[in-house]
Design a binder for this molecule. Structure first.
Ligand code: GCW
Length: 734
């Protein structure tokens, strides 16, 4: 009955809440798929540990919640779901303090108790999205409160508390006070309108354009919910290799339907803007950003978008890169292009994220240098609401790259960091690679832009230049697969992106542990083993694919597996361009003797990387071309060290596998078996990488393999001639 009242209240609110409830009512159906990973980290498994259970029971005994907005209906439904999962029954709700209340959830506007001086003081610095969770005494009674300035903050706080309750805690010892360090925390979907996903390895796009706007798939609600649970507040729905059609009235109606679903979850919708759209769907003869008709076309288009979606976030643009049109087609600058769009969205508070991922094979310059060459001179020339969105490294989402030199080189422009959650170059959907260490490596890198301590994190969160605007983007790994991300552990990367976007000071280990508890429960053995597997996994993939600063060695086009021999076509899409292996040595010389890409960093950084004594060996061949018998810090020659690294990568995968296989009885069969099978594939692929790279490089080093490694097997010709018609992500032009 109580649930029925909840449903009825919520039902009044609006259509999307209805949908949520329909979905919610359908939970038994989902239970039949309980362990296929669909539930992500929001599993709410039954709690048996007595102290933990008592704590949850107390929190849920009587919750006062003002059911005053769609967001609050969502909060209520989430609590019901959590209670039913963890305890077997829904929490009890009330709107009055007449009963024995245990918990109060809301904003100061909702309840007197949340307007106390103490709470007001706490909320002062938390902004719209922050929250305060604590025990609070009021009129001689003690309550657990979740307080925030806005409903979305309460939603985030609720998810935090639910995470806390599921993680084995049996009391709240100190207040939880949180607010996001970065304002715009955005997923970038590389989803095409035909539902294929560029570099997507988890099925097709979850946006079912054909059935929108009339049919709202419950997955959209689950998607919004998952994002809200980790604080992601924006989503770019479409591929940066953009299709202008998404800006047509027909599609805007579909986008509006999604935006309506996402709004109460605090999730804003953004689109990619194809620069030539005024020609393609506007019947103009040009897309020149300085031509008044073109500017008027974009302004009208933006007005139209905001009429349908009043909180539309803005545009993400890939221009003059890999064949995409842009302002340079008209001899205009990136600033001319970005500013035209920025002016159109500015009156509505929209933003433009203009990507710095530009390079051309017609420019006789190291690809790693081209973004800085283009964008540094434009610093200060962009409208206030333009972000330049920069990938973590200067080439392209490789397993390891030094931080992009543009960070720290545009002090007058807000920079957004773009990370890739989908594993284009890291084993795609079958390799277990936990990416928080990769994300952190970039966030924690010191640019020295304003002296020591000028980390990338401080640049993008705005604190280094006291800037109000801040943004971070992650290229999504989400698709129609039941478990959303192809590999179950891909979920941890979506999770880690959200958590780091919220608070980049969290450690990789902390996030791994959080996710593991939520995904696999609180058994100490399980947590310990899985955390280790996760924390070892990124270094493993670096070692078995591109150790010691090597990069861009993958198969052509589909980017699946090794291809150090790739040498045909445009040079900057080949491997030989990057590894430069010859009889004398290996590596890309980016010192002053070579391309001098190092000069793009602050002098402190450039000096460190230029000097062979101080250059971290993990970046060695990124910056230096060195002889095969160059002496490494270990005393080994470069050739031997390279061989040992490939071997180490493979060994680590085998250890990960052994550790996972020991968990057999402690993990439900479906999830266990999938990960087990994928780890087998990963072992096979790690071997394939090791064998083909070492056999290939041996042709240049002309040295024997060290006895410490298992001798690479196979025939290099055979490796080179393999074809992979089944590999996902083949593009005709790529
Ligand atoms: O990494 C490369 C990918 C392309 C992608 C491009 C980009 C969307 O291989 O598929 O295109 O980067 O980031 O624009």
């Amino acid at each position: 009955m109580r649930n029925f009242v909840i449903y009825r209240n919520a039902k009044r609110v609006c259509v999307y809440t209805n949908l949520l409830l329909c979905f919610f009512i359908a939970v038994p159906a989902f239970n039949s798929y309980a362990d296929d990973g669909y539930k992500l980290w929001l599993r709410y498994e039954p709690i048996s540990e007595p102290a933990q259970k008592a704590f949850v029971q107390k929190v849920f005994a009587k919750i006062v919640l003002n059911n005053s907005s769609p967001t609050f209906s969502i909060i209520q439904a989430e609590l019901v779901r959590a209670g039913q999962g963890m305890l077997g029954f829904a929490p009890s709700f009330s709107q009055s303090f007449a009963e024995e209340v245990t918990s109060v959830i809301g904003t100061p506007a909702d309840f007197l108790i949340l307007r106390s001086e103490e709470i007001k003081k706490q909320l002062l610095t938390l902004g719209a999205e922050g929250y305060y969770i604590a025990y609070h005494n009021f009129q001689n009674k003690k309550y657990l409160i979740i307080a925030a300035n806005q409903p979305v903050g309460v939603l985030y706080g609720t998810f935090h508390l639910l995470r806390y309750l599921q993680s084995g805690n049996s009391s709240l010892l100190k207040p939880i006070i949180e607010f996001p360090k970065i304002k715009n925390r955005i997923l970038n979907h590389w989803d095409n309108l035909d539902r294929t996903v560029e570099r997507g390895y988890a099925g097709f796009s979850i946006w079912d354009w054909h059935k929108l706007p009339d049919y709202v798939d419950p997955r959209y609600i689950e998607y919004a919910r998952a994002n809200a649970s980790i604080g992601i507040n924006g989503t770019v729905l479409t591929n940066v290799n953009a299709n202008a059609l998404v800006l047509s009235p027909e599609y805007i109606e579909k986008v509006k339907a999604l935006a309506d679903v996402f709004r109460p979850y605090g999730l804003k919708v953004y689109l990619t803007a194809r620069f030539s759209a005024p020609i393609e769907i506007g019947a103009l003869k040009t897309a020149d950003p300085l031509v008044p008709e073109v500017r008027a076309w974009w302004k009208n288009k933006v007005d139209e978008l905001y009429r349908s979606i009043p909180d539309f976030g803005g545009f993400l643009v890939k221009a003059n890169s890999e064949g995409q049109p842009g302002p340079q087609n008209y001899n205009r600058s990136h600033a001319d292009g970005a500013n035209m769009l920025a002016e159109a969205v500015a009156p509505y508070g929209g933003i433009v994220m203009w990507r710095a991922f530009v390079y051309s094979h017609e420019v006789p310059e190291d690809r790693a240098k081209q973004a800085n060459n283009e964008f540094e001179p434009l610093d200060g020339k962009f409208q206030e609401n333009v972000f330049i969105q920069v990938k973590n490294g200067a080439i392209d989402f490789q397993p390891r790259e030094p931080f992009h030199p543009l960070f720290g080189k545009m002090p007058k422009t807000p920079l957004a960091l773009e990370l890739q959650i989908t594993q284009e170059y890291l084993g795609q959907a079958t390799n277990l690679v936990y990416l928080a260490p990769l994300f952190k490596e970039c966030l924690d890198a010191d640019t020295y832009a304003q002296g020591k301590g000028s980390t990338v994190a401080k640049i993008i969160d705005g604190s280094l230049y006291q800037r109000n605007l801040s943004a971070i983007a992650g290229v999504a790994n989400i698709g129609t697969d039941r478990n959303w991300t192809g590999h179950l552990f891909g979920q941890s990367n979506w999770y880690a992106f959200g958590r780091l976007a919220w608070n980049h000071e969290l450690s990789s280990a902390q996030i791994a542990e959080e996710w593991t508890r939520l995904t696999f429960g609180n058994s100490p053995d399980v947590i310990q083993s899985i955390r280790k597997i996760m924390l070892d996994s990124r270094e493993a993939v670096v070692n078995y694919s591109t150790p010691l600063g090597l990069h861009h060695l993958m198969g052509k086009n589909h980017h699946y597996g090794p291809g150090p021999w790739v040498s045909e076509g445009r040079p900057d899409w080949t491997s030989v361009y990057y590894h430069q292996a010859d009889s004398l040595g290996i590596g890309f010389d980016r010192t002053a003797k070579g391309s001098n890409a190092l000069s793009q960093y602050a002098p402190e950084v450039a000096r460190e990387f230029a000097n062979l004594q101080t250059c971290p060996e993990k970046y060695l061949l990124w910056f230096h071309h060195l002889p095969w018998d160059y002496k490494m810090k270990s005393g080994n020659t470069l050739w031997k060290e390279l061989c040992l690294k490939y071997e180490e990568g493979l060994r680590t995968v085998i250890q990960m596998e052994e550790a996972w296989n020991k968990l057999g009885t402690q993990i439900d069969t479906e999830r266990y078996e999938q990960v087990r099978a994928f780890l087998k594939i990963q072992e096979k692929e790690a071997k394939w990488w090791k064998n083909s790279c070492l056999l290939y490089f041996q042709q240049f080093s002309k040295q024997t393999f060290p006895t410490e490694i298992e001798k690479p097997q196979g025939d290099i010709e055979k490796y080179m001639n393999q074809k992979f018609p089944h590999a996902p992500g083949i593009k005709p032009s790529w």
